[in-house]
Design a protein around this ligand. Structure first.
Ligand code: ADP
Length: 628
């Protein structure tokens, strides 16, 4: 192929512009990215060679080499990994194939500091070379292709790039950076060693540089022909814990997670027993921008006997722990294991259970000893963790203990254990209310009696809460009860005089209740006198076992059919509007008031009226009567 010119995909141009403009303050990361690509290329070769050993040609020892050419002012990162065909070079180095890229680009704000952080999360890869280079030449040959089938790719990192065929006997890829003016520090061996030590020490392959010697005549260090390894060349998780610093653990985390912040917690263990594996698990401090992207796979990197097998092996953790990052290196699984096999393997099941337990212990430790950090974690990942209650039966108790809620006593951070410890004498249930927002929950009429009696109620406002409650029925033997469901049975919390009063009120309101039942037959399943209202005129409740209005609304929003179930209207006999209603003799006014009572109860819990215009007309009829 003679020389061809291609244009970068629009997104690449945009990314290139950003990379060169906003990442300059942390420019040395380019070496980390290029070494990481080189190491990935070697992993890929090793993986493909499992089925075809001839791909190794006569070079089975994989490594990455860094070469300095002071005269030409170039820095080369060389690997003998899988390499690229001409078409692969055009595809991989001219477009961004990664899923989520479009979304990512859309989130960029133009604010350099913010964007730089986002890019850090995203991982800039190859293009980061242009931070320090004004031209990059890539020379590559794919393993298995002939020497004449090599490719040279070259670009100044602006609008386009060139490709042409070359002869390249050595398998793999050379990335040659033509350094920009003023970037001569990257031609200094000790500087490069320092960067490799900082970012790439854990890379499992040897990273080599030529040894240098002092040249008396030139008065400077010059390269010799001898190569030496400049990193530890042992995958981080294979090294003894005692030899690894916290900084190294953090650096490894940043590398595998694209997170620019250190993790919240990590754990590193060798597990022996029926199945043998090493786990290195991290809990991020911050949710990634695409946590809620349904197509995104969660999961860990899977290695088998130190050979990289796959990213995002979701079978290694339950879905509700999809935010956990890390590595599992198994000693037992076959090297040619596939995703399908993983789903069924007994070893994987044991690994999943082991990893789940470890993650929960880590979270318990943070919750017990670092309260503020735990709250931060909870704000980021709480809703995801709640999914676990329906998914992970074995760990239900432990999960429930990790949950934190808002309540009528605190806006966040209330655990079920805190709640139980504050329960009143005679209180038998844990009371909760679900609503669309904290404000709506706090002001629910259903809470009035609980507020009056000083009984704490948990305020649940996450979308998953209704679903969670359908799986979480009790905690430490105490039933969890929605204050918007069933008759408000306060049990021992109500004293004799209150009970008596309620019975009398029910009796005296009987005629009104019957009237309302008839008038509101289309809207309410039943009407009864409330024991839970103090100030408000009325509220809606669902019968025990029925779907609450809040859940029905959520389902509707999600486009799912909610069974049409009518609520129960509860009225407060001590409220003035209700008293007035019971004395009303005019039939039309009684009907207006009855409907207004119902509609307002629905509005107060965040519901929508079926016929808002009718509501407005009724209110206006009453207002006019008042104003005339
Ligand atoms: P990422 O590595 O995150 O996929 P990059 O922009 O760094 O993104 O690289 C894009 C693609 O180019 C890689 O996925 C890989 O297919 C190819 N590539 C980059 N560097 C190398 C290399 N040294 N050897 C082989 N392929 C490479």
């Amino acid at each position: 192929m003679s020389k061809q010119t291609h244009s970068f995909q629009a997104e690449v141009k945009q990314l290139l512009h950003l990379v060169t403009h906003s990442l300059y303050s942390n420019k040395e990361i380019f070496l980390r990215e290029l070494v990481s690509n080189a190491s990935d290329a070697c992993d890929k070769l090793r993986f493909e060679a499992l089925n075809d050993a001839s791909l190794y040609e006569d070079q089975p020892n994989l490594d990455v080499r860094i070469l300095i050419d002071k005269a030409a002012r170039t820095l080369t990162i060389r690997d003998n990994g899988i390499g690229m065909s001409a078409q692969e070079a055009i595809d991989h180095l001219g477009t961004i194939a990664k899923s989520g890229t479009k979304e990512f680009m859309g989130r960029l704000s133009g604010d350099q500091a913010r964007d730089a952080q986002l890019i850090g999360q995203f991982g800039v890869g190859f293009y980061s070379g242009f931070i320090v280079a004004d031209r990059i030449t890539v020379e590559s040959r794919r393993a298995g292709l002939k020497a004449e089938d090599g490719v040279r790719w070259s670009s100044e990192g602006t609008g386009d790039f060139e490709v042409e065929s070359i002869t390249k006997p050595a398998r793999g890829t050379d990335v040659i950076l033509h350094l920009r003016e003023g970037e001569d520090e990257f031609l200094t061996a000790w500087k490069l060693r320092g960067i490799v030590g900082k970012y790439s020490d854990h890379i499992s392959l040897p990273i080599l540089m030529r040894k240098e010697e002092w040249d008396q005549d030139k008065g400077e260090y010059v390269s010799t022909d001898e190569w030496e390894t400049i990193n530890q060349a042992a995958a981080l998780w294979t090294r003894p814990k005692a030899d690894i610093t916290e900084e190294q653990y953090h650096e490894f985390y940043k590398q595998i997670s694209f997170d620019s912040e250190p993790p919240l917690a990590y754990t590193h263990n060798r597990v022996e027993g029926r199945t043998e594996y090493t786990q290195l698990l991290y809990i991020p401090a911050k949710a990634p921008y695409d946590l809620w992207n349904r197509d995104k796979r969660g999961g860990l990197k899977l290695y088998v006997k130190r050979v990289f097998i796959m990213d995002d092996a979701e079978a290694l953790l339950p879905v509700y722990l999809r935010f956990v990052k890390g590595v599992v290196d198994s000693a037992d699984l076959p090297l040619n294991v596939s995703r399908e096999i993983l789903q069924e393997s007994r070893d994987v099941k044991a690994i999943r259970e082991g990893c789940t337990k470890r993650v929960l212990s880590m979270l318990e430790d943070v919750a017990d000893n670092r309260r503020d950090d735990y709250l931060r974690f909870w704000r980021e990942f709480g809703p995801v963790l709640k999914e676990g209650i329906g998914e992970d039966f074995a760990n239900r108790e432990r999960l429930a203990k990790l949950f934190r809620f808002a309540s009528t006593q605190a806006d966040e951070g209330v655990s079920l254990a805190d709640y139980v410890s504050r329960m009143k004498e005679g209180q038998e249930a844990i009371y909760v209310i679900t609503a669309d927002s904290l404000a709506a929950a706090k002001n629910s009429p259903q809470l009035e009696i609980f507020k009056k009696k000083g009984i704490e109620v948990l305020l649940l406002t996450d979308r998953v809460d209704e679903w969670m409650l359908s799986h979480l029925h009790e905690f430490e033997g105490k039933p969890i009860q929605s204050v918007a469901k069933g008759a408000a049975d306060l049990g021992k919390l109500q004293d004799e005089s209150e009970k008596k009063f309620a019975e009398e009120a029910a009796a005296s309101c009987k005629p009104l209740v019957e009237k309302l039942k008839t008038l509101l037959a289309d809207k309410a399943r039943d009407v009864r006198v409330s024991t839970r209202l103090v100030d408000s005129a009325a509220c809606l409740v669902a019968d025990e076992g029925e779907m609450s209005g809040h859940l029905a609304r959520l389902l509707k929003q999600a486009g799912q059919a909610a069974p049409a179930s009518k609520p129960v209207l509860e009225i407060n006999p001590q409220n003035r509007l209700v008293m007035r209603l019971s004395q009303e003799v005019d039939e039309a006014t009684t009907s207006d008031l009855a409907h207004i009572l119902f509609d307002q109860a629905l509005l107060a819990e965040g519901g929508q009226l079926d016929d808002p215009a009718a509501y407005v007309q009724r209110v206006n009829r009453l207002l006019i009567g008042k104003l005339d």
